[in-house]
Structure formats: structure tokens, C-alpha cells
Design a protein around this ligand. Sequence first.
Ligand SMILES: *Cc1c(COP(=O)(O)O)cnc(C)c1O
Length: 328
Amino acid sequence: MKRAFNFGAGPAAIPTEVLEEAQRELLDFQGSGISIMESSHRAKLYENVHNEAISLMRERKVQYADTGSWSSKAIKEAKIQGLNVEVVASSKDTNYDRIPEVNFDDDADYAYITSNNTIYGTEYKTFPSTKAPLIIDASSDIFSYPVDWSKIDMMFAGAQKNAGPSGVTIVIVKKEMISAPKENIPTILRYSTHADNNSLFNTPPTFGIYLLNLIMKWIKKQGGIKALQRMNEEKAAIIYDAIDNSGGFYVGHAQKDSRSLMNVSFNIKDKDAELEAELIKLTSENGMIGLKGHRSIGGLRASIYNAMSKEGVEALVALMEKFAAEKR
Ligand SMILES: *Cc1c(COP(=O)(O)O)cnc(C)c1O
């Protein structure tokens, strides 16, 4: 037997493999003793074929960049949802010390990034450009730089790092993204419910939102987000300079072109845990808290969100320099 090259416009060629499978199943479909075309369309036998065809046609392709703990957690959750998850880029091989080159397919159902990696201290300097809807977890850098909203379909953030107290989550999303929620999503979990009700469908965390309001006013008083961005650049440069000029005593975790302006993660040379503990103790004796690095990379982490003053950063650097001079 020789199969022809069928260039016909339609009815057209069907993959040989598929025809062979149909041939094998023609007389006895999956042990039922009948052909699928002899089955009632209400019988389980046909129903399974029918529903599988629909679900395979619906199968969605979603793409993620894996740049640290929060994005890998998001990937895990998407898999639980049964989505067809593709990880298009990852910096896991170098312990998440950089933002890898990220190229999303334009036909993905959505593309997902974490703009600032809170633990590893890396951030995107520009967002990947894609025609796919871009979704961003900006929990640790929202309101720290101006954003080109034309390129973003959804940005969400827990407020507790850069926008207020814990308990409030900010979701900024294009209306088209939420207009047709899946039928099996409970009312309160639908973004459309909250959008339609001006975020007052149920009792919101009123005190948290009051503080969020005060912070929005405070940002305005600082000169707006552009002014905060300049201050954040200045503050981060003070610490990174201290690391780079320490003669190797301090070692930054992030590669230079991926350095976060919000979280500066660093170690003492040779990851000397004893010296690191000593420095952390010294900081707390000098009125500084929260400098212990995340357990996954150890060392120290200075989180210098909008509300951290330049004075705070200078005090830390003075202490770091004194410590290095003594221990070097
Ligand atoms: C802190 C953080 C989260 C988690 O916030 P929760 O409110 O604790 O769920 C998620 N993503 C990023 C980037 C974070 O920094």
C-alpha cells in the first residue's frame, strides 16, 4: 500500500497514524464489542469521546518565567488548576541570581512574571514584550516605579510590602480579562464580582484600606511615583556601592544587571555564617531590624521599600563598613 501526497483543499488529508488507530478500533471500540459509530450518543461509550474532544480543544497554554520562590509557587498552583503550563525561562540553575532572557509566545493564553523577586533580590529592568496577556505579581515593588499600563493586562500585589499593612491585596486588571469567569468559580472568588461592586461586595478590610489611602496621599506628597523611583535608585546605589567597594568582604547575591532596588540580598565572603550572625546582632543593637536573609540563601537582606529613608540606608552602610574594617 502506498499513501498519496494529498494536496486537496478539503476533504483533506488525515494523519496516517490517526487512520490506523481508527482502523484498529473500528470493529471493537475499547473492548465494547461494537464500533463507536454504532453507539448511542447518550451512552457512556460515546459521551467519553465527546467530552474528551471538547476538553482537548479547550486546553489552554499558559506560560511562566521561573525567577524565584514566588514564581515557582505560582507555577505549582497553575498546574493544580489543570492548565497546560510551559516554563519558558528559568534562572534556577544559578540559584535565581538573575533575570533570564524571557520570550513568551504571542499565542499563549497568558504570560506570567514576578516583577521583583523578594528573596533573591532580582528585578526585571524591562517587562518582556508579548502579545499574550501579561500578568505580573508585583507584591514587592508595586508603586516603586511608573508602569506602562498599555503593556500589562493584570498586576496584583499584597499590600504589606510597599503599599500598606497586611490583609489587603491590590488587583489591577483589564475588564476584558475578567468579563467571562468560569462557571465553577464561586461568586466571591470572581474578580468580576469585586469589579462590579467597587470592591464592596463583602466587608473589605476597612482599616487596611484607610492606611492604603494614607499611603497613596503620602506618595503624592513625596512628588509621586517618579520621585520615589529616583529615591529608590539612590538608596539602592548606596548599599550596592558599599558591597562592590568592600574588597570582596560583602558579596551580592544578584548579578549586577538584575539587581533589585527593593531587596538587597548579600552574604559575607565564603558565606561565613558566624560573621553574618555577628553582623545581624550588631544591626539589632544599633536599632535596625529585619536584616536576616531568607533561609534559602542565608546571609543578609536589606529590604528598602518606599518607606525606608535614605538615613536608614546610610546608617546600615556605616555599620557594614565599620564591621568590614574590623573583620577583614
Ligand atoms: C510576599 C510576596 C508574596 C506573598 O504574599 P502573601 O500576602 O504572603 O501571600 C507573593 N509574591 C511576592 C513577589 C512576594 O514578595
